[in-house]
Design a protein around this ligand. Structure first.
Ligand code: CA
Length: 422
């Protein structure tokens, strides 16, 4: 979900499709002479738009080679799920600051639970060996996605994806997931009643969407079946497989907290990826005073200040970006890393999180409009504080002699409003 940024967090996690593991899509609905007629209207839900989409999808799915009996059986009587429509349309009025999000993620209770599982689950060393991903990272993903398998979601994935597809906003994504889910059923990998998940289609204990399930889910407990719902070993093996494919490097860190020198030029935040030596020349050093291991010393890292210049600073290493192939949110990846460190008994941050003020949608849009009016280009004023907004903010801060950390605080919003008279 590259749509996620530090300030605007959608907390419904799911294993994301990576560009290189997306499935073949259905052909576009161009009529051809051989186009088969639907045997029957697949569903008559009474919702005209849904039924029209379903009939069209059915025709294209038959054309794409999906078995007619499978389609007839699984699409019969399908109706849109109003809960999915509501959840898809919600837009929280206030953003959740990254510090509040992470404090909700890395709790004493969760750390204790993770340490217990770390000692108790005998299959974890085997997964670590097989995939080259540390058991603590797998436990952290399991914790983040479903609270260690406690909350899998009970939405019928076929119905949810059909609902989203008919809505149209994310039709291609939803149809891809629907086709993948039908294939999972059609091949006998899992029956329809097993295909339960979040409203957005993330399934099982480590929340895989159907396309990712098809390409990446594996058997972890050795019974020859892939069951990411009922087997935590299968779910964590699948997560390990995803991270291994994303380039996880065993023995390397995910990030290091760092201290920045006085007078540091903060505009380099979210900028270049360089080696620890390069950063050391700018006075950037590990916060705990310990040196870099050989793997990390040879890696390239990017500076991140999730809560701005007054909060902790991180050099993000390649493994951080591997986690973001699971869920492309920097805050999510920080949460996974911090939990994993905690499961190993490592202490937390040297520098505490600052007090952050939640920003309303109006605050964020006003700031974007002000930046645009002042000649800095924050992109579409949609209230999402992403790369473009942060870059524009940094440029404006730099031009005004402010600390150029690209962090949108209430103070910055008030200054922008004052400057533009809004
Ligand atoms: Ca299995």
């Amino acid at each position: 979900m590259d749509r996620r940024v530090f300030l605007v967090l959608l907390l419904a996690g799911c294993a994301d499709p990576s560009p290189d593991i997306l499935p073949a899509v259905l052909p576009s609905p161009t009529p051809t002479p051989r186009r088969p007629k639907p045997v029957n209207p697949p569903t008559t839900s009474g919702d005209a738009a849904f039924d029209a989409w379903a009939a069209d999808f059915y025709t294209r799915a038959v054309q794409a080679g999906l078995p007619v009996d499978l389609l007839d059986r699984e699409l019969k009587g399908l109706t849109p799920d109003p809960r999915v429509i509501t959840l898809d349309g919600r837009q929280p009025e206030f953003s959740k600051p990254v510090s509040a999000y992470l404090q909700g993620v890395v709790t004493e209770g969760r750390l204790a639970q993770g340490r217990t599982y770390r000692a108790a689950l005998a299959y974890l060393p085997g997964l670590e060996q097989r995939f080259g991903v540390p058991r603590e990272i797998l436990l952290a993903i399991w914790a983040m996605e479903t609270a260690f398998g406690a909350t899998l979601g009970d939405f019928d994935v076929i119905r949810s994806m059909a609902t989203l597809a008919a809505q149209g906003r994310r039709r291609q994504f939803a149809e891809d997931q629907l086709v993948a889910a039908l294939r999972i059923i059609g091949t006998g990998t899992a029956p329809r009643e097993r295909l339960k998940g979040s409203w957005a289609g993330a399934m099982g204990q480590t929340q895989f969407i159907p396309t990712t399930f098809l390409t990446t889910a594996v058997d972890g407990d050795g019974d020859g079946k892939i069951d990411i719902w009922g087997s935590s070993a299968d779910a964590m093996a699948s997560a390990a497989n995803l991270l291994a494919k994303a380039g996880w490097k065993m023995g390397a860190s995910w990030a290091r907290e760092v201290i920045l020198p006085t007078g540091f030029d903060y505009s380099i935040t979210d900028g270049p990826r360089e080696t620890p030596d390069w950063w050391a020349q700018l006075g950037v050093t590990p916060a705990n005073g310990q040196g870099w291991n050989a793997l990390d010393a040879a890696s390239k890292a990017q500076l991140a200040l999730p809560a701005g210049a007054t909060g902790p600073a991180f050099l993000l290493l390649p493994n951080h970006f591997a986690i973001r192939r699971y869920n492309n949110s920097a805050a999510y990846a920080l949460g996974v890393g911090m939990l994993a460190d905690g499961f190993m008994g490592q202490s937390g941050l040297v520098r505490p999180w600052p007090v952050e003020t939640p920003l309303s949608l109006t605050d964020r849009i006003d700031a974007q409009k002000a930046l645009a009016a002042l000649g800095f280009s924050p992109g579409n004023p949609d209230g999402i504080v992403g790369t473009n907004t942060r870059s524009a903010l940094k440029a404006w801060q730099k031009a005004r002699g402010l600390v150029a950390d690209g962090y949108l605080s209430m103070d910055m919003i008030n200054r922008l409003r004052a400057e533009t008279g809004t």
